[in-house]
Design a protein around this ligand. Structure first.
Ligand SMILES: Cc1cc2nc3c(=O)[nH]c(=O)nc-3n(C[C@H](O)[C@H](O)[C@H](O)COP(=O)(O)OP(=O)(O)OC[C@H]3O[C@@H](n4cnc5c(N)ncnc54)[C@H](O)[C@@H]3O)c2cc1C
Length: 471
């Protein structure tokens, strides 16, 4: 497949246009590369690929094995695998001897960029501003704009949304997210931009018991010197009752399988809602390793009778926040005791997660999306969004289906499997096999052998020869 110039686009009907090039749509772009007769284009607003740059700290690792790269779980023969990336960079022996299953997050970012830069279907500096159903063309019209203001309209029979999620900040902190407080009250997604300034501040409060909160707290602790002097006082507060480890047992991880997705999808909505809340440790906890590293930092400080310049406090929720001289006054409530206390701090990093939201460009679809009664997508087993019958094209979505498909939605483990599922549906044939049964665990009442779904047939690999040759 060759790169298309902008002027060609006006007359070309794509089989699939992807909006957003995060890991999930990039996985789809990589798996679709070279599929004969399948024309795809992927658009991203950023000037180049980058993966959560605000949290790419030295020493942080991916929380899934490297095999959950963009392609391997669906197609280990793809040239876009992490191992082929290593080979291209002549680092196979180094990787082999390092015996790492969890690779540095900075390396995952570099690997994804390596793929994105080589795939002809990926186009950056292309912010999608509108998506419409064009009845005359019998296709979606996708309008994207470059930073210079140039607009391009492309047509596609099918569109896949992979626009990720947006940072969430607790309500009491929102009025402080203004230019006047920039770099002193921020979401952890912007941590690295302000890291040096925060490290030089006398007192920083980190909010949130997830992996990001733990990593920011640890990073700030490491800016104190070996005796705990210098650097900021570090206060780590969280609403959850404990700083709990992420579920990482082998059997527990089977919640991230196609089997669990199929089981979850069939459950009543009220049960699905409850499960997602109850299963927070599957997707919101902290890796045991990071918790251990924080503990070890604090332990070091107590050698010779020292006291760590740090507070770790779970079970405390921020109920009010205001500017207070050069710093901030936070009012917190301990949930179990229901008592209030105040904290004076110089800066607040809110590591309070992300949420999926409805993209603005979808407004141009008018009433053609069939939202559920809570304004969310209704999504089928092949990630199709329910649309008005007037639309004969198909809209897919990635990483916005936790309410319908369960906790695996944001997890990289299932990314390539989901992308292959979408690719097969979009191509109208089995390009890649996606076995529906992978777990030892039986989720729900056992199915009789006659009702079991057969695995999709193994395709003719010759029909899907990748065109790109990674360097
Ligand atoms: C710091 C961090 C670490 C994580 N680590 C792990 C991990 O180790 N393991 C794991 O399983 N999960 C992890 N996750 C969760 C998840 O895998 C990631 O959030 C992942 O990046 C989600 O990919 P995505 O493709 O959905 O979205 P994103 O990576 O957010 O990408 C979305 C893209 O869409 C683009 N976009 C949005 N709107 C438009 C538009 N209108 N036009 C054009 N482009 C647009 C954006 O520019 C962006 O590039 C992590 C999450 C975070 C925040």
């Amino acid at each position: 497949m060759t790169a298309l110039s902008t002027s060609d686009d006006r007359n070309l009907l794509y089989d699939l246009v992807g909006v957003g090039i995060g890991p999930f749509n990039l996985s789809l772009a990589a798996l679709a590369d070279g599929v004969s007769g399948f024309r795809s284009l992927f658009l991203d607003a950023k000037p180049a690929f980058s993966w959560h740059p605000g949290l790419l700290m030295e020493g942080t690792t991916l929380q899934v094995p490297f095999l959950a790269d963009l392609v391997t779980m669906a197609d280990p023969t793809s040239p876009w695998s992490y191992l082929n990336y290593l080979r291209s960079h002549e680092r196979m022996f180094k990787f082999f001897f390092s015996e790492r299953f969890h690779i540095p997050r900075r390396e995952y970012d570099h690997y994804c960029r390596w793929v994105a830069e080589r795939l002809p279907s990926c186009r950056f500096d292309a912010q999608v501003t509108s998506l419409e159903w064009d009845e005359n063309a019998d296709a979606f019209a996708v309008v994207h704009r470059s930073a210079s203001g140039a607009e391009t309209r492309v047509l596609a029979r099918q569109v896949v949304l992979g626009v990720g999620t947006n940072p969430v900040v607790p309500e009491p902190l929102r009025p402080l997210l203004t230019d006047a407080h920039a770099g002193r009250v921020l979401h952890s997604a912007d941590y690295r931009t302000h890291r040096a300034r925060l490290a030089a501040t006398d007192d920083v409060t980190v909010i949130g018991s997830g992996q990001s909160g733990a990593e920011v707290a640890l990073d700030l602790l490491r800016h104190q010197d070996g005796n705990g002097q210098g650097g900021p006082y570090v206060r780590w507060l969280a609403r959850t009752t404990a700083f709990a480890p992420m579920e990482y047992s082998k059997i527990g991880l089977e919640h991230f399988t196609p089997d669990y997705i199929r089981y979850f999808r069939e459950l009543p909505e009220v049960t699905r809602e409850r499960l997602v809340r109850e299963q927070w440790q599957l997707y919101k906890g902290v890796s045991e390793e990071t918790l251990g590293e924080i503990y070890d930092e604090l332990y070091e400080r107590t050698i010779g009778g020292g006291e760590p310049r740090a507070t770790l406090q779970p079970g405390a929720e921020i109920v009010a926040a205001q500017a207070d001289g050069e710093g901030y006054l936070l009012t917190c409530r301990t949930q179990q005791q229901d008592s209030l206390f105040e904290v004076r701090t110089s800066a607040v990093v809110s590591a309070t997660g992300y949420t999926a939201s409805r993209p603005v460009f979808l407004e141009s679809m008018g009433d053609l999306v069939d939202w559920d009664d809570r304004g969310r997508y209704q999504i089928d087993g092949e990630y199709r969004v329910a649309l008005d019958p007037r639309v004969s094209g198909t809209l897919y979505v990635q990483n916005a289906e936790m309410h319908t498909h369960g906790v695996g939605a944001p997890d990289l483990t299932l990314g390539a499997w989901r992308a292959a599922t979408i690719l097969n549906a979009a191509a109208g044939r089995s390009v890649l096999p996606v076995a529906p049964r992978q777990a030892f665990t039986t989720f729900g009442a056992p199915q009789s052998p006659t009702s079991a779904e057969p695995a999709t047939a193994v395709p003719d690999v010759a029909a899907a020869t990748p065109s790109g040759t990674p360097r």
